[in-house]
Ligand binder design. Sequence first.
Ligand SMILES: [Zn+2]
Length: 285
Amino acid sequence: MKLINPEHASPSDAQKRKSEKPVVCYPINSLPDNNLEALKAVKKKSRKVSELVVNPRQAGCIEIPKGCFFKIVSVEGPQVGDLNLWNLHDQNEKFFAGKTRALHGTHLSTGDRLWSNFPYLRPMATIVDDTLDWYKFDEFGTSVHDVIGTRCDPYTEKMLSGLDYHHCCHSNLTKAFGSYLKIDKTLAETLIHDVLNVFMCTGFSGKTGQYIMKASPVRPGDFLEFYAEIDLLAGLSACPGGDCSVKHSSDIAQCYPLLIEVWDPGEVERKKHIEPEVNSYQHEI
Ligand SMILES: [Zn+2]
């Protein structure tokens, strides 16, 4: 955080330096088209082939073949979900929240892509529908579906409150991912990564820059829908913070389940899908 009373005096040209106009760090005009309209047309041909209910303060994993759609649905009550994505065949390739944020901004919506980590850096999924797109940004500068908040975890909780809390999203994802792949929890934990905070309403305080949250505007029936660009394993935690209006990393909040549905447009459409290549950067020799 910036000091309320800086220790160093402003230079004489401070105002001039501050008034320099910013530019976008990563303009995305040169990216391949996201084919959103075509994807929406394919989506109409889809039928539901599987689903997973994620219970409160727990996580679950589900596979999504490339060329299929999946949606995270609010059921019963306002609930935030923490999403991890892995390449189904190589879990070292996983969702890269930081670069996704640098490319698409702090909060995602329809048309944005979820990118994988280095050295792969390719689209893992494309958002095709978002029933909360009407929310935009509110008067506090907050919005939904952020890629800024990492995930709630027991280590930060211990550091801040001294308590050992076992149902943080980090822990839930570790347990679900480890048992799904039948791998040791210690190894599983190394593959858990920063999340897309589905339905969570967050931002940064205009005064201090601190990470802030407020009650999610999500209601039963709302959903966020994706197209799988590669074969995916998705992990979703129903955050112990519930709607994240007060606190997470505790059993205080009212929590509800979340639902993941997988929709298949059929073999003919799936076979038309062209999987994005991994990043073609050539290292120096
Ligand atoms: Zn959480």
